[in-house]
Design a protein around this ligand. Structure first.
Ligand SMILES: *[C@@H]1O[C@H](CO)[C@@H](O)[C@H](O)[C@H]1NC(C)=O
Ligand SMILES: *[C@@H]1O[C@H](CO)[C@@H](O)[C@H](O)[C@H]1NC(C)=O
Length: 342
């Protein structure tokens, strides 16, 4: 009991010695953190841990506030916001990215894909959003597990399965996390989405989310249930790297496309809304897989953008989505797109 009260005592002590506005700010900050804990149902094992988390939270919220003042002044194109990751340090957050291509021997995997040939004699629409066409399931959450590659793979397969059968079925990331180790994937320590497509092909299918639920950890064994196949794949198609017209044609005419992109930047951890146009955050080395679900153009700013579904839950971004600039190979988005054949 006494231990739990220590922070309050410390605050009271501080209040008695600090100038008035300053102490009011500390109380406000502390209230803000208490609210955050309540909203996101946060519990910490020890007082020390709680104080560490509060200090990370306060540092991040000051940064977000400063950025948003710039946003209000029109100095930046996107807004940030507190989300459930506000008490995670930047390093901690980045450790759940899937890692670099070198680790994963990406060349040998990509060689196994067919080549996308953009359709000839068609005019692509100015805007496409596969969410409106029913090809995209709800936003999911990878949690403390570097399994983004599995979410991008299921997302693209859900889309192609929908286009083939008119049925939208949420597919199992855990199936891919547990069962693609022999393909070279590393479960919660990263992987390649295309190995997911190859596994589904060789395995004769994948289970649904309901049959094989997500656990945000790597199970000891593969628990695939052959009597409950929800979707199948016949391999994958890769889109010519660094060709954003081909990528546009693919997402316009085929469906949601699995992509990878660089997400290593504090502003990306707290992205809330707007087109993420930030030179300071530009790095073209992809370290995170996402699902490209469409594109459009802001008719006020004339900005072309991509629409991406992320796997960080709905507290992040625009209910789990982000828009980023198009035609600049943003974050290396055009380096490794693919979709499964069904
Ligand atoms: C806000 O804008 C100023 C001026 O461009 C810049 O120096 C500062 O770093 C920006 N703050 C944030 C948090 O991005
Ligand atoms: C611009 O965009 C808005 C909102 O998306 C839309 O309502 C409006 O019709 C568009 N205007 C033009 C000229 O396309």
């Amino acid at each position: 009991m006494l231990k739990m009260k220590t922070p309050i005592l410390v605050y009271l002590l501080l209040l008695s010695v600090l100038p008035r506005e300053f102490s009011a700010a500390i109380v406000e900050d502390h209230k803000h953190f208490q609210q955050f804990k309540l909203v996101y149902n946060k519990h910490y094992a020890t007082d020390t841990e709680e104080r560490r988390r509060e200090s990370i939270f306060l540092k991040h919220s000051a940064f977000i506030e400063e950025h948003n003042q710039n946003y209000t002044k029109g100095l930046t194109s996107f807004e940030l916001g507190i989300n459930e990751y506000a008490d995670w340090s930047e390093e901690e957050f980045m450790s759940f990215m899937s890692g670099s291509d070198e680790i994963h021997d990406i060349r040998n995997v990509m060689k196994q894909g067919a080549t996308f040939i953009p359709p000839a004699n068609v005019k692509l629409p100015d805007a496409v959003d596969w969410r409106e066409l029913g090809a995209v399931t709800g936003v999911k959450k990878q949690g403390r597990c570097g399994s983004c590659w599995a979410f991008a793979a299921t997302g693209a397969l859900e889309g192609q399965h929908f286009r083939k059968t008119s049925k939208l079925i949420s597919l199992s990331e855990q199936n891919l996390v547990d069962c693609t180790l022999t393909y070279g994937n590393k479960g919660c320590n990263g992987g390649i989405k295309e190995r997911g497509f190859l596994y589904v092909r060789d395995n004769g299918g994948i289970n649904s989310e309901v049959t094989y639920p997500y656990r945000a950890q790597q199970d000891a064994e593969c628990l695939f249930d052959a009597s409950a196949i929800a979707a199948t794949s016949k391999g994958f198609v890769r889109i010519q790297p660094e060709d954003e017209y081909a990528l546009l044609a693919a997402v316009a005419t085929v469906g949601p496309i699995a992509v990878k992109m660089n997400m290593k930047c504090l502003r990306k951890q707290f992205y809330r809304q707007g087109v993420f146009n930030d030179q300071l955050c530009e790095e073209r080395r992809p370290n995170h897989a996402l699902l490209l679900v469409g594109y459009g153009r802001n008719n006020v700013t004339n900005e072309d953008y991509w629409i991406l579904k992320n796997s960080w839950g709905v507290s992040w971004g625009m209910d789990g989505y982000i828009t980023v600039p198009r035609n600049v190979n943003f974050g290396g988005i055009a380096l490794g797109p693919s979709y499964p054949l069904v």
